[in-house]
Design a protein around this ligand. Structure first.
Ligand SMILES: Cc1cc2nc3c(=O)[nH]c(=O)nc-3n(C[C@H](O)[C@H](O)[C@H](O)COP(=O)(O)OP(=O)(O)OC[C@H]3O[C@@H](n4cnc5c(N)ncnc54)[C@H](O)[C@@H]3O)c2cc1C
Ligand code: FES
Length: 277
């Protein structure tokens, strides 16, 4: 009998945590030492394994032009994400990836690009904003509409300011509920769409956030005349293998992990109608 020394393709690779950043009371970013660092594209995700607890899909949230710095931003919602949130600098986390279909940034060249994010949905879109900012002259108008629950939940506040002031991105932030010191917009993010400055006929839109928000945002964009095939959504579904093998995320012939998670709205609309795959 010969023993294979090959590593199983689904085996998580242990990575050290180089830095932990607490973004908000329930959200944190892990910067990982991954060697070799994965060359990911904006919108792709990794499977992160908290040893002894479980494995979850989490998008890359760092700058794709700096693949040496692998960053993931996670909201604590259940056992695995809370266990990841308890890890300290120097601890190990299991990683495998990148997986999935990225945002179609190249298709947006020469067009206006509108990004609509809700809550933690800004994390999977952040690499796309970095990429657009780095190649800003290749795009028409660039608009980022971001909604958070309250001022204390606004993610990446320094990035938002930098993108607005130095990267030529038209950033609007709104919160569901303001505070006495909040001077910005109050209301749902979809409310910003009717007055945002872009040309619907030449727009590509990228949406990420709670499904109800994406559905309303997609409809608001369609009402302005953006074709469904140019509105792209990142879907979240239960995943186990991430390689179209286990069937957890399957709907008919579609595997959200491999065919997505990014889909055009004319395809996603059908998938959104199914609560959990
Ligand atoms: C492709 C992809 C990329 C993702 N990227 C990120 C990211 O960058 N940052 C981040 O914080 N989260 C992201 N998620 C969601 C993350 O995977 C879940 O929050 C995580 O799996 C929850 O695991 P848990 O054990 O902590 O909680 P669980 O006990 O599994 O879930 C806690 C609660 O969250 C709900 N939930 C769990 N998983 C999902 C899901 N996939 N979609 C919707 N609701 C869910 C459950 O219904 C339950 O109410 C992504 C999901 C996918 C599919
Ligand atoms: S997660 Fe296993 S098939 Fe998609």
């Amino acid at each position: 009998m010969t023993l294979s020394t090959d590593v199983h393709p689904l085996a998580p690779i242990p990575c050290r945590i180089r830095r932990v950043a607490r973004e908000t009371h329930d959200t944190f970013s892990l910067e990982l030492d991954a060697a070799p660092a994965p060359a990911f594209r904006p919108g792709q995700f990794a499977m992160l394994y908290s040893f002894g607890v479980g494995e979850v899909p989490i998008s890359y949230s760092g700058d794709p032009a700096r693949p040496g710095a692998v960053v993931h931003t996670t909201r604590e919602v259940g056992p695995v994400t809370r266990a990841l949130g308890r890890l300290k600098r120097g601890a190990a986390v299991g990683c495998r990836g990148p997986y999935g279909r990225p945002w179609p940034i190249d298709d947006a060249r020469g067009r206006d690009v509108v990004l609509v994010a809700g809550g933690i949905g800004l994390a999977p879109l952040r690499p796309a904003v970095h990429a657009i900012a780095a190649r800003r002259s290749e795009f028409g108008r660039a608009v980022l509409l971001y909604g958070a629950r309250g001022p204390a939940d606004v993610l990446f506040a320094r990035d938002l300011e930098r993108w607005r002031s130095a990267a030529g991105i038209d950033v609007s932030v709104t919160v569901d509920a303001g505070t006495p010191t909040w001077k910005g917009n109050v209301g749902v993010v979809t409310g910003l769409i009717p007055r945002a400055a872009f040309d619907p006929q030449r727009t590509v839109a990228l949406l990420c956030g709670p499904e109800v928000m994406m559905r309303f945002a997609a409809e608001a964009l369609r009402a302005r005349g953006v074709p469904a095939a140019r509105i792209w959504l990142s879907l979240e579904r239960n995943m186990k293998c991430a390689v179209a093998w286990c069937g957890h995320c399957q709907l008919g012939a579609t595997f959200v992990c491999k065919d997505g998670p990014v889909f055009p709205y004319d395809v996603a609309e059908r998938l959104l109608a199914v609560r959990e795959l």
